[in-house]
Design a binder for this molecule. Sequence first.
Ligand code: SF4
Length: 411
Amino acid sequence: MATRAEQLERLEASVTAAGGQVHWARDAAAACQIVVSLATRHAATEVIKVKSITTDEIRLNNALQAAGITAIETDLAELIIQLADEPSSHILVPAIHKNRTEIRDLFRRTIGDSTLSDEPSALAEAARLHLRQKFLTVPFAVSGANFAVADTGAICVVESEGNGRMCLTLPDVLVTVMGIEKVVPHWSDLAVYFQLLPRSSTGERMNPYTSVWTGVHAGDGPQEFHLVLLDNGRTKVLADQVGRQTLHCIRCSACLNVCPVYSRTGGHAYGSVYPGPIGAILTPQLLGVEDADSLPYASTLCGACYDVCPVKINIPEVLLHLRGQIVERQRRGLGTHPYGAAERAAMWVTGWILQSRWRYELAQRAARIAQWPFVRHGVLSRLPGYGARWSRARDLPAVPQSAFRDWWRAR
Ligand code: SF4
């Protein structure tokens, strides 16, 4: 992490020496502009895409569409959500929220015929026929990247359908959009990641398709290669002593699969291309906590994500760190919390009461009397005023008629 700047410069030199061209993009708009201008220069009307979560982050498809260029997702799950015009709900399985009958109906409306069955093999065949024709006819491809090796300039894509292999070898022009955190210093480092990634993401010992390429080679693969190195908030994350560990993420999705919040809400609730625990810490750091201040609270802090993370990102620690930033903003009157002032006042009063035994006992007695209109079956199921929204989805145990101190005194 400490030598990332030097690694990126070495990567630029290696890619350039191998015949590729490197572009630096400070933000999403700059990255989109680079890709669109390259596609326009080659008169592309369609581009095929693979491994595209980073391009989802920068909303590249919208930028291409605005320039009259159609982006075609080639990963089966990405294709499904693109045809359905829905956002992804999982890092690894973007269409996990759709069952096969829904996919059959979608394919019948879009790329398949009206007799298509919901057998997985039939659905895969329909997608294969649609995509094969695109692979053979579209000369411009856009990819993401799992890793890039600073020493050699090699770029790596790890996938499981073979669509990546097609995208990375058949077109004439290949543009790779990669976050600057994906660089590794040496070729030998890949050996570690190639073991960690499939085991943590799909439980496989080896990944089915691992494509690695270095620059351009006459008569073999794309004859023009561009690497877009994307910052888009990453250097800001790198500058944060606690938050920077987020950039170690290899997008295996293990933290999503064990998260009790993700498993109840699904990925769309996070409102970001990065759902689950990693999204809850990455998105607020990339956008700024002011634009995603509910995400660090989308966690029970149970720590299951930290237990399974293969690169040991302490997600609960980063969540608490971000919550601290949000509270500090609210304290300074900058937050968007509608009840920020009321919450602060309630906390101040609570602290004042808890500092004194007699104030605490007096408050207990007052609460016993004040609560009676709201108690149903031993719980406070309906609070007045600011508490109403909180109690709409939760029950609070009623203040007992006899406290421990009363019981103790009686004996
Ligand atoms: S935070 Fe860890 S477990 Fe979650 S996707 Fe990233 S590497 Fe995998």
